[in-house]
Write a protein that binds this ligand. Structure first.
Ligand SMILES: *Cc1c(COP(=O)(O)O)cnc(C)c1O
Length: 365
């Protein structure tokens, strides 16, 4: 049997047609019509005013911090329960992260966020919040706190492209936001990211920095340093084809979750990641915790049947890299990490696959 992966790429079928157009035009690199089309499709879908196609979401977060003027010695708040790509840019800027733990939503806790602001050695300049596994965090409370405190809000919507909160797309609430098109995300360009903002000046500045910060001269003139962070036209062609099926992919991700829930709901020790009121997440990965059973045992049993599953993200405040970082935590994400797993959630997997996986889990319990 072929291995069942957590979230493998799922092509729409149109990608190669668009790539062929790129080859015919010979705009293989660097930029070209498909980069513009890809950015426009993300703007149209999400409702954000300005999108910038980049080599990754990590690059997008780096540009966001640069544009917002985060620099050496500054403090940046961040969800602790997330993937490293969410917070590496804080280190790129020689700034100091302050990690904030989760609450019962599994996403950042608004009350611990307030505590973190109160305990920060200096006023933090920005907050990076993750919409974990495609589920939206408590945006209304988070936005209110940021507004009151004068802290810039950056949404890490890497996993939540297509998620909504009160009918508005995730990634359009903060000052800036990123979506990821990495290989395992809900859509993929093989690797890539999009930075969005309502603020046109910021996106223009990010674009300038993403293309080596070349000043507007015939020769190469530089007043500051930039990066080589733009997306290629070939990858943007894949992105355009992928955006056409985003609704279908979100629908299928949610269906996969519903099937897991149906088959496993009668097991008292299993708890699924919640969905906060007023939101509709992408269920990028179906995730759950076991009250008694060790996740490692389940992961091993599935692996023997050539099925990939994984522990939940290890919180940033538990990482050796951040042993000296400031953190406000109450054990919530640590417990989730110790008890939880991600189940295969690829949109091309069959309903029978899901039933079989649930059979294996039930057998193991
Ligand atoms: C994947 C991911 C990133 C990084 O995205 P890239 O496009 O791979 O750089 C950042 N944050 C979260 C929460 C992610 O899941």
């Amino acid at each position: 049997m072929d291995r069942i992966f957590l979230s493998p790429p799922h092509m729409s079928g149109k990608e190669q047609t668009y790539i062929a157009e790129v080859f015919e035009s010979n705009y293989i690199a660097p930029l070209g019509a498909f980069v513009n089309r890809f950015e426009e499709s993300v703007e149209a879908y999400t409702g954000s005013a300005n999108a910038l196609a980049l080599s990754s979401a990590t690059a997008g977060l780096h540009l966001a911090l640069r544009v917002l003027g985060i620099t050496q010695g500054d403090y940046v708040l961040a969800s602790s329960f997330t993937f490293i790509g969410s917070v590496s840019a804080i280190l790129y800027q020689n700034a100091n992260p302050i990690f904030v733990d989760s609450d019962e939503s599994w996403n950042i806790s608004p009350s611990l966020l307030k505590e973190a602001i109160a305990r920060a050695p200096r006023k933090p300049k920005a907050l990076i919040v993750t919409h974990l596994y495609g589920q939206v965090c408590k945006l209304d409370k988070i936005m209110a706190i940021c507004k009151e405190e004068g802290i810039s809000l950056i949404e890490d919507a890497a996993e939540s492209l297509g998620a909504r909160y009160h009918e508005q797309q995730s990634g359009t609430f903060g000052d800036m936001a990123v979506y990821s098109f990495n290989g395992n995300k809900i859509l993929t360009t093989s690797g890539g990211g999009i930075l969005v903002s309502e603020n046109r000046t910021w996106i223009e500045k990010a674009k300038f920095l993403s293309t080596q910060a070349k000043e507007d001269y015939l020769h190469y003139e530089h007043k500051e340093f930039g990066y080589n962070y733009r997306m290629s036209n070939v990858l943007a062609a894949i992105g355009v084809a992928q955006m056409e099926v985003l609704n279908k992919r979100v629908e299928r991700k949610r269906e996969i979750f519903a099937l897991y829930k149906k088959y496993l709901d009668d097991i008292a020790e299993i708890q699924f990641m919640p969905e906060i009121e007023g939101s509709c997440g992408t269920r990028w990965l179906t995730t759950l915790t076991f009250e008694k059973t060790s996740p490692k045992k389940i992961i091993d049993i599935l692996d023997k049947k050539n099925i990939e599953s994984r522990p939940l993200w290890k919180p940033m405040h538990m990482q050796p890299l951040f042993k000296d970082a400031l953190v406000v935590e109450d054990g919530t994400s640590q417990k989730l990490f110790e008890k939880g797993i991600c189940l295969p959630s690829g949109t091309s997997m069959s309903n029978d696959d899901i039933e079989a996986i649930c059979g294996l889990i039930k057998g193991a319990l």
